[in-house]
Design a protein around this ligand. Structure first.
Ligand code: FBP
Length: 547
């Protein structure tokens, strides 16, 4: 398209350490004084002895051009998990910093492609074609978790077959967990000379829940996704005030944390924005949430306003305490009874499962509409996550609000529409922020490889003042969590902190936004012209939300 041709020509700023007269320069890294760890560090050290010993769990900082850049390295790059805008620029950054002395291979698609050994060489022409474009379509992606001995053996086989020196995994919390595990497994004894294969992670996810304080204020893709959703929600808000007849219930993507919803709520100021973390903190039940919405509907109706917008984080069901308890029990029951469950007809499954739940969870489970029950019983992804995108929470809240209005005997018009904005936001052309951020992440990941590092995640700090490339030791992030009915090492998701400044701002203003139409319509993300540079990068707001 004309648009794609134009975005390919956009200049990309680089952190000052990468600057050189021609191609960006590969940099070297030095230990900083910062060491990472979690409550489970002792157990991590037992299971990840090589990478913990090599890094000492110390953060690295890029300190200037690398005088001893490795040559002849064969590096593979793959996307993992859901797409996020800017992924192509990570690939471009890696390719450019590796230069002509090294070879970059693309893995198709995702971890599954690594198992199959499906690699091809990436060329300079590919880079010129994909630069600044959205999507992961150049390589494709998938959610395969590499966990069985057979899968590890397959990865080893791929490394040997293609004589690889390094692998870059571009992914979210689960995918970077994969990267940590692979870095340890491939640390030594892979190549004929007994050496290993380096593994570097790159932080991606629109969910914004891969955050490590100032070291990683935001993952890439969040800025673009929230700007796309804010445009769409803003358009609907404008429609509600024009057509004056509908309440729109909009579920927004973001598997667990409510960062996306909080950001979009702040940008657009709808009548109601639900924040999962606050609901969990207040121990709100499903019916009390519906009651609150019903009260707002009645209040607005008293002013003659029969329309409004409710924005809902897609993961909210897991944060409502009674639902969270039910889902945790279901996860265990489905993992333990997988064989028996599979043999049953679909219609027999709810009753079979209900028998195995505690009394409270069984009562809740049997009271839920069939369209929710079906999704609660649907297959978990390979990382053990409930597929919340498939749960029609927006419809559930509409139905429950109708019930609440009836119980209140409120005679008010309540015509509704439901929406789910998710996939629309993951693959648009990156914002200027995401385009530059991802290109620099690629330069950092490539430099780490040429500097001989393994078991790190690339990051850029000081995002609003030029950027400083750093590397986060992956084992320093690992915790033990319950997945698939047993304990596993995972990187913990960063949730919205209810006491953070952005939340406090939201809480201070939401009553006003609820009682009248006070919405903002931010319009499309800006790529050219004076307003492009004026748009605040979301990270500014978001680091406020989590500081
Ligand atoms: P990642 O964490 O892998 O980036 O995925 C994020 C996400 O977009 C979630 O917001 C959403 O719940 C999920 O992917 C949807 O997954 P799928 O693409 O498998 O339907």
């Amino acid at each position: 398209s004309i648009f794609e041709q134009a975005v390919r020509q956009l200049p990309l700023p680089v952190c000052s350490v990468f600057e050189s007269s021609t191609q960006p320069t590969a940099i070297q890294f030095k230990d900083t004084a910062q060491t990472l760890g979690t409550k489970d560090s002792a157990k991590v050290a037992e299971s990840f002895p090589n990478t913990v010993k090599a890094s000492g769990n110390k953060v690295l900082e890029g300190v200037g051009a690398n005088p001893k850049v490795a040559q002849g390295k064969r590096v593979a790059v793959l996307f993992s998990g859901g797409p996020a805008s800017g992924g192509h620029n990570v690939v471009c950054g890696i390719k450019r910093v590796l230069g002509n002395g090294n070879t970059l291979f693309g893995v198709k698609p995702g971890p599954k492609g690594l198992l199959k050994g499906n690699l091809f060489e990436i060329t300079d022409a590919d880079v010129n074609n994909i630069i600044n474009t959205g999507g992961f379509d150049f390589l494709g992606t998938d959610r395969t978790k590499i966990k069985t001995p057979e899968q590890f053996a397959q990865v080893k086989e791929t490394c040997i077959k293609h004589n690889l020196d390094a692998i870059v995994v571009i992914g979210g919390d689960d995918s970077n967990t994969n990267a940590a595990v692979l870095a340890e497994y491939l640390y030594t004894g892979i190549k004929p000379d007994g050496s290993g294969v380096q593994v570097i992670g790159v932080p991606k996810t629109i969910d914004g829940d891969l955050q490590i304080g100032d070291l990683l204020p935001i993952s890439f893709g969040f800025d673009t996704a929230t700007k796309i959703y804010a445009e769409m929600v803003g358009n609907i808000l404008q429609d509600t005030r024009s057509s004056l007849k509908y309440w729109h219930f909009i579920k927004l993507m973001g598997r667990s944390a409510s960062h996306v919803t909080l950001e979009v709520g702040l940008q657009t100021q709808p009548a109601i924005t639900l924040i999962s973390e606050e609901i969990a903190e207040k121990k709100q039940s499903l019916s009390s949430i519906a009651n609150d919405i019903a009260q707002a509907v009645v209040k607005r109706a008293a002013k003659g306003i029969h329309h409004g917008v409710v924005v809902i984080p897609e993961g909210v069901v897991e944060f409502i305490p009674e639902m969270g308890a039910l889902i945790a029990e279901l996860n265990d029951v489905l993992a333990q009874q997988a064989a028996a469950f599979e043999k049953l007809e679909k219609a027999e499954r709810p009753a079979f499962v209900a028998e195995l739940l505690s009394a409270d969870s069984a009562a809740l489970f049997t009271s839920l509409p069939g369209y929710i029950v079906d999704m609660l019983l649907a297959e978990r992804d390979s990382h053990g996550n409930l597929q919340v995108s498939l749960i029609p929470t927006e419809q559930l809240l509409i139905d429950m609000t109708k019930r609440a209005l009836k119980a209140m005997d409120a005679k008010v018009p309540f015509a509704t529409m439901n929406h789910f904005f998710g996939y629309e936001g993951r693959c648009g052309a990156p914002t200027l922020f995401d385009a530059a951020y991802t290109y620099n992440l690629g330069l950092t990941a490539g430099s780490l490889i040429l500097d001989g590092r393994t078991g790190y995640m690339a990051t850029i700090t000081a995002l609003t003042s030029g950027g400083v490339p750093k590397a986060i030791p992956l084992p320093g992030l690992l915790n033990i969590e319950r997945r698939h009915g047993h304990d596993e090492f995972v990187i913990e998701k960063a949730l919205v902190k209810t006491g953070a400044p952005a939340m406090q701002y939201f809480v201070a203003h939401r009553a006003t936004w609820s009682e009248d139409d006070c919405f903002a319509s931010p319009g499309p993300r800006q790529i050219w012209g004076p307003t492009a540079l004026q748009q605040p990068i979301t990270v500014a707001l978001n680091s406020g939300a989590d500081s």
